[in-house]
Design a protein around this ligand. Structure first.
Ligand code: DGL
Length: 259
C-alpha cells in the first residue's frame, strides 16, 4: 500500500517539533507539514470548547493540504479534542498522551511525578488513565504554569525557567519519585535543565518515540507509505518564525501564514 501525501502535525506552538523530530527520524522518506499555532498558545489554560475549536481549525488547514494522517502533537489538544476530531473526520489521527503506564510499571518507589498543562491534567481522558494505574502507585500531578510561555518566547535557558522548574520538581523529589513523566510536547526541550535539578536516579519519560512508532504502524496497516522520490518538509507558523527557526537549529525555512 502506498500514499505519497504528507503527514500533518499540529501543536499550540513550537513544542510539537519534539514529536516531529522523532517521526522524521523514524520515517525519513515521508513528507510532513507542521503547523505551529503559536498565536493561540498556550492551549493549556483554555476551555475544552476553545481547544476543540482550535483543533478543528488546524485540522481543516492540514486537510486542505491533502494530509493523509494527522498527528496531534500536543497532549492538551489530544486529551481534550481527539475524540471529537475522530468523530468529525474520516482521516486517522494519532494523539499524544502522558506516558503513565511505563512509569507505573517500572517504578520501585511506587511514587511517580507528572508535569503537564492544566488542560491535560483536568481532562477526562487523562483522569480515566490515572484511575487505571493509581492503585499501587502514588501519582503526583503538577501543572507546569508558565513553562510553555517561556519556551514560546525563546527563554528556555533563563533564570525564570530554572526557578519555575525547581519549584515544581522539589516537592516530587521530597516525595521520592523515581520517574518523571513529561506530559506536554514542549517539555522535552527542558530535559537538560530538569536533569540538573533531579537526582540522577530519577528517570524522565516522554511519549515522542511511542508516537513515531504508532504513526509508522498506522501507515503500514491503513494509510500507506510515500514511495515517490519527491518529499518535502514544511513548517508553518502564524507568528514571528524566529523561535521556531531557532528550535530547529535554523535548518528549515519557516513559512509565516494566517490560519
Ligand atoms: N504542547 C502542548 C502540550 O503538549 C500544549 C501546551 C500549551 O499550549 O499549553 O500539551
Amino acid at each position: 500500500m502506498n500514499n505519497n501525501n504528507p503527514i500533518g502535525l499540529f501543536d499550540s506552538g513550537i513544542g510539537g517539533t519534539s514529536i516531529w523530530s522523532e517521526i522524521h527520524q523514524l520515517l525519513p522518506d515521508e513528507s510532513t507539514i507542521y503547523l505551529a499555532d503559536s498565536k493561540n498558545a498556550p492551549y493549556g489554560q483554555k476551555s475544552k470548547e476553545e481547544i476543540i475549536a482550535l483543533s478543528i481549525k488546524n485540522t481543516e488547514y492540514l486537510l486542505n493540504q491533502n494530509c493523509k494522517l494527522i498527528v496531534v502533537a500536543c497532549n492538551t489538544a489530544t486529551t481534550n479534542a481527539i475524540k471529537e476530531l475522530r468523530t468529525k473526520y474520516e482521516i486517522p489521527f494519532i494523539g499524544i498522551e502522558p506516558a503513565i503506564k511505563p512509569a507505573v510499571n517500572n517504578t520501585k518507589t511506587q511514587v511517580i511525578g507528572i508535569l503537564a498543562t492544566k488542560g491535560t491534567l483536568n481532562s477526562e481522558l487523562f483522569n480515566k488513565t490515572v484511575e487505571l494505574y493509581q492503585e499501587n502507585t502514588k501519582i503526583i500531578e503538577q501543572v507546569g504554569f508558565g513553562l510553555v510561555q517561556l519556551i514560546e518566547n525563546g527563554s528556555i535557558h533563563s533564570p525564570e525557567m530554572t526557578q519555575l522548574l525547581t519549584s515544581y520538581l522539589t516537592p516530587m523529589i521530597e516525595a521520592n519519585v523515581d520517574y518523571l513523566v513529561l506530559g506536554c510536547s514542549h517539555y522535552p526541550y527542558l530535559i537538560p535543565q530538569i536533569k540538573e535539578i533531579l537526582p540522577p536516579h530519577v528517570k524522565i519519560i516522554d511519549s515522542g518515540q511511542a508516537v513515531a512508532r504508532q504513526t509508522q504502524h498506522v501507515l503500514k496497516e491503513k494509510v500507506g507509505f510515500n514511495i515517490s522520490s519527491e518529499k518535502f518538509t514544511h513548517f508553518i507558523t502564524n507568528t514571528d518564525p524566529k523561535v521556531l527557526s531557532e528550535i530547529l537549529n535554523h535548518k528549515y525555512h519557516i513559512q509565516q501564514k494566517d490560519f
